[in-house]
Design a protein around this ligand. Structure first.
Ligand code: ZN
Length: 412
């Protein structure tokens, strides 16, 4: 593989960005479409046959000597959040491209076909819905739901599809079938600090965490801050604060299971220096790869609600906003990736993914896992997001060796 060639591709792809800080390449925009066309061109130059499916996913195939065998696939996404960095998604796509180029250079043939997939609309930034391309590919897209989606300018997903020469009414045709794909592995930047902190080159993902989210509503009495004695108050903020701290405590209890709890939204009313807060509202996100562990944190949250309600005489209720199920990666694929790391003498750990990825949908279709590479300072969804290309190359070596092992080289 060629580091300079890969660096050049990063520089070229980064040019496809709308105005604003960092990378702005939102799903199904003209800019993202142009980036996709650039990638299609590059994949074709690397000798792959490229098609775009009914959801806008790019599927590039490198034919095998036994074309009827199921494909061994890799891929990621090139759409971004607002003010994104250069590596989220892009890393997995450009590593895949570099692997394909290297196979062409070395004239390596495989028995199974290989595939590079560029998933459409992985990020939720434009339509409030994530991993639409991989959901479509795995038959997990709800038609009624997709018809309801609009962006902040009022453009519907249906219109965005049309602008890309796609028809939302046909998106179900993007579904693929179980025997088509032998294995899928996505390389992605970690987006967290663990690999860097531990000085490890590669994370092999064992499971993808999923969140359960709640809206908590705490109602007390807004009173004059000067005239209301401390023992006559019903301070909504203080009750909510106790609940937030209980989420932290419960999640820390589950540290060994990797479950995390976050109060990321917290608003009080009326929000004046001279008024005891009468209303506090917060959104709680609890996620992990173990449902049982996640459930214990939820139970602790419910208990805190009861306790605070009683102790402070507040009116408190909560509603579930969403609940998704954690996804296990395929143990055989995980073991295979570990074996490859050992062979290549690359330092690795097995770890969960705290963020969602296209791989979590693909896992319903075929044996799936992910390779993580270090993110500098754990940063992502930020223009300062950075992964060194040397670090990326180590992940690329693992992915290449894995793909070749699974697809079986015929002429080495
Ligand atoms: Zn991503």
């Amino acid at each position: 593989m060629n580091l300079d060639r890969m660096r050049h591709s990063f520089e070229e792809l980064a040019k496809f960005t709308d105005k604003g800080e960092g990378i702005n390449r939102l799903a199904y925009t003209e800019m993202e479409r142009n980036a996709r066309l650039y990638m299609i061109e590059q994949l074709e130059l690397a000798g792959l046959m490229v098609r775009t499916d009914y959801a806008g996913n790019v599927i590039a195939r490198r034919e095998g000597t036994a074309p009827d065998l199921p494909v061994v696939a890799t891929g990621s996404h090139i759409d971004s959040v607002y003010a994104a960095g250069e590596f989220d998604g892009t890393a997995g796509v450009l590593v895949a491209l570099e692997i394909m180029r290297s196979l062409q250079d070395e004239e390596i043939s495989t028995e199974h076909p290989l595939e590079v997939i560029i998933f459409a609309c992985e990020e939720s930034s434009r339509f409030g819905a994530s991993t639409l391309g991989s959901k479509a590919m795995t038959g997990r897209l709800d038609p009624a739901y997709t018809r309801s989606l609009t962006d902040k300018n009022g453009v519907t997903l249906m219109q965005a599809f049309e602008e890309n020469g796609l028809d939302l009414e046909e998106v179900h045709l993007a579904k693929r079938f179980r025997d088509e794909i032998k294995a899928f592995v996505e390389l992605h930047v970690e987006q967290g600090p663990v690999l860097e902190k531990q000085g490890v080159a590669v994370g092999i993902v064992s499971a993808i965490a999923a969140p359960i989210r709640f809206h908590v509503h705490v109602e007390g009495t807004a009173d004059h801050s000067g005239t209301t004695p401390m023992d006559y108050r019903r301070d909504a903020l203080l009750g909510a604060a106790e609940i937030a701290l209980s989420v932290e405590r419960a999640a820390i209890e589950e540290l060994a299971h990797g479950t995390v709890g976050t109060v990321g939204v917290f608003a009080i009313q009326p929000g004046a220096m001279n008024v005891v807060p009468g209303l506090a509202e917060m959104d709680v996100d609890i996620r992990g790869t173990s449902l049982a562990s996640r459930e214990r944190v939820v139970k602790a949250l419910e208990q805190a609600l009861e306790d605070v309600k009683k102790a402070r005489g507040l009116d408190i209720w909560m509603e579930e906003i969403s609940s998704e199920t954690p996804v296990e990666m395929d143990p055989a694929i995980v073991a295979d990736l570990q074996a490859v790391c050992e062979q290549q003498n690359i330092k690795w750990i097995t770890m969960p993914s705290g963020a969602g990825h296209d791989a979590m949908n693909m896992a319903s279709l075929c044996p799936t896992s992910m390779i993580f590479v270090p993110s500098k300072n754990g940063l992502s969804h930020n223009p300062a997001e950075y992964t060194s290309l040397e670090g990326l190359m180590e992940g690329a070596e693992v992915l290449r060796a894995f793909l070749l092992k699974q697809a079986q080289v015929v002429n080495e």
